[in-house]
Design a protein around this ligand. Structure first.
Ligand code: NAD
Length: 249
């Protein structure tokens, strides 16, 4: 992994889970890192923290402007903030669709729009979007969430095409089931969380959940000049879930 000395990065949803692991890894490697989150209170120094809601354009613009001023510019944007939804198309209301799409897709657009003028001034501009295997896997009981991540995948390709001649790379990571507070909350809601966790682990080709640090490693690679010729692509971080085409036995 290359050195991130001199690299200035912004991570949305960076106060928890994958975003937090990413912000911490980039900082450990020498980057200056700003976290933008609904609740930035868990964020510690040396990370910079800004409160913003990606569904609120004014708050995104304000937070990005403050972060870029404090960082002295911007080289890397990690569009990671996201929210979930379960069920089939019959289970989610129109309001659910608007709410989740607004966070997972339009939130990414708002943040990118605010950051692009600053990324254009960087010699190492890279955008990494947190997508999901849900974008292409056909997961049951995840209609709304999958549709938003399919949109994130398409958006990644479109943005990569639009900005390639400006020297801005755009890629995404497709995590499988990652051991984050989000997944912990879903497991805790089950009648027997320990049994549910064991069953979830047994469904993974590797027999374990993906670590947030492992997704952070993939994001850091795509953010770094080591991946300088890579744009418009996705990197699976799913313990082999998609590539091995394994099914639960
Ligand atoms: P998490 O709940 O641990 O962290 C999400 C962070 O995003 C939180 O800090 C939250 O405050 C922030 N956030 C949520 N809505 C926001 C908003 N409107 N504005 C600003 N910040 C907001 O979740 P996680 O598991 O780390 O998930 C992060 C990303 O990874 C999401 O995009 C999710 O879809 C994706 N993902 C997660 C998994 C998984 O198994 N955990 C798998 C595939 C993809």
């Amino acid at each position: 992994m290359s050195d991130f000395e001199g690299i200035r990065a912004l991570v949305t949803g960076g106060a928890s889970g994958i975003g937090r692991a990413t912000a911490e890894l980039l900082a450990e490697r020498g980057a200056q890192v700003a976290v933008l989150d609904l609740d930035p209170s868990p964020v510690d120094k040396p990370l910079l923290a800004y409160r913003a809601d990606v569904t609120d354009d004014a708050s995104v613009r304000e937070a990005v402007a403050a972060a870029v001023a404090d960082l002295g510019g911007l080289d890397v944007l990690v569009n990671n903030a996201g929210t979930g939804a379960q069920g089939t198309v019959e289970d989610n209301s129109d309001d659910d669709w608007h709410r989740v799409y607004d966070v997972n897709v339009v939130g990414m657009v708002r943040t990118t729009r605010a950051c692009l003028p600053h990324l254009r001034a960087s010699a190492h501009a890279s955008i990494v979007n947190t997508c999901s295997i849900a974008a292409t896997a056909g997961l049951p009981q995840r209609a709304l969430y999958s549709a938003t991540k399919g949109a994130v995948y398409a958006l990644t390709l479109a943005m990569a095409a639009d900005h390639v001649r400006e020297g801005i790379r755009v890629n995404c990571v497709n995590p499988g089931t990652v051991d984050t507070p989000w997944v912990g909350r879903l497991l805790d809601a089950a009648p027997d969380p320990a049994a549910e966790r064991a069953a979830l682990q047994a469904r993974q080709p590797t027999g374990r959940l993906v670590g947030a640090d492992e997704v952070a490693g993939a994001i850091a690679y795509l953010a770094s000049p080591l991946s300088g010729a890579t744009t418009g692509t996705s990197l699976a971080v799913d313990g082999g879930m998609q590539g091995l085409r394994l099914r639960p036995v």
